[in-house]
Design a protein around this ligand. Structure first.
Ligand code: SF4
Length: 307
């Protein structure tokens, strides 16, 4: 049997992740001292391990960074209080926050300045949500489920924002529920879900309809990767998340002739190639790619590493 691998496109790195990794790589090459990174630069085990071997030091909090050192803030963004703490410690900050996350922070500040209660649709505890919440903590309420929207009680003007890596279909349902309950609620029509998340979800839904099994490459703490698994599963196809090729057991592929393959926005393309090689060890393969759209977006680097 020749197995067909249907590759989703777009898949793997987005512009924000490429930018964040490049910032750390450029700093490692250009600055003599240690380069500290607060939290995982992007949510992917392989990326973090690779940068660690190059010398980057990952920390959870700023008090682990010696005063005066260079510290990079991750692609997920940070609350203003973290910027203030870095300033107080005399740290040299290079901010790798994705510009699309920065845009959501700006919206949060704008709504809060108008006196709105800001409903932030997103997963509690996720770094991006914590960062956005930190813009106006007294005026922001976080929700992630319809039941929480039902229970919301807000007086006065209300607006909403979303995490950038949510499932499009689920978020639309939450926004509809919010607007039904609070007809004056202001917010973006298509939510703040970013282009990369939207495109990868559209692509995985398409390949899932053709495949008997979908493999998503990405780490367990990657929100956009986990959403890809769920979107594939909602089409009725079995789907699994794997961190690397060795996580794919042979049993998954027994009797399966069409395998869908994609990767979250934080997962390197090399990991996808490794999964293809693993499948090829079991017998002949044929690769077809299903492209739903082509991405050309690039973000400029921050001035500290531009030259
Ligand atoms: Fe930016 Fe979207 Fe990529 Fe997150 S997934 S880094 S928001 S482009």
């Amino acid at each position: 049997m020749t197995r067909t691998i249907v590759l989703a496109a777009p898949r793997s790195f987005c512009a924000g992740v490429e930018r964040a990794i490049e910032i750390v790589e450029r700093l490692l090459a250009a600055r003599p001292g240690p380069i500290y990174v607060r939290k995982q630069i992007v949510h992917n085990t392989s990326v973090v391990e690779h940068l660690q071997t190059r010398g980057a030091i990952f920390v959870d909090e700023l008090d682990e960074v010696p005063e005066g050192s260079t510290v990079v803030f991750s692609a997920h963004g940070v609350a203003p209080a973290v910027h203030t703490a870095a300033e107080q410690r005399g740290l040299d900050v290079v901010d790798a926050t994705c510009p699309l996350v920065t845009k959501v922070h700006q919206e949060a500040r704008r709504y809060a300045a108008r006196g709105h209660t800001v409903v932030l649709i997103g997963h509690a505890g996720h770094e991006e949500v914590e960062g956005t919440l930190g813009e106006a903590p007294e005026q922001t309420v976080q929700v992630s489920e319809l039941a929480e929207v039902d229970e919301l009680e807000v007086d006065g003007p209300i607006s909403y924002l979303t995490q950038t890596t949510l499932a499009v279909d689920e978020t639309t349902a939450l926004i509809d529920a919010l607007r039904n309950k609070f007809p004056g609620a202001r917010g973006p029509d298509t939510a703040d879900i970013c282009y990369a998340t939207t495109n990868r979800q559209a692509a995985v839904a398409t390949i899932a309809e053709q495949a008997e099994l979908v493999i998503v490459v990405g780490s367990a703490n990657s929100s956009n990767s986990r959403r890809l698994v769920e979107v594939a599963q909602r089409t009725g196809t079995t789907a699994y998340l794997v961190d690397r090729a060795t996580d794919v057991p042979v049993e998954w592929l027994e009797g399966v002739s069409v395998v869908g393959l994609t990767a979250g926005a934080s997962a390197p393309p090399a990991l996808v190639h490794a999964v293809i090689e693993r499948i090829a060890e079991l017998g002949p393969i044929r690769i077809v790619e299903h492209e739903v759209t082509r991405e050309t977006l690039r973000f400029t680097l921050p001035p500290e590493v531009r030259h």
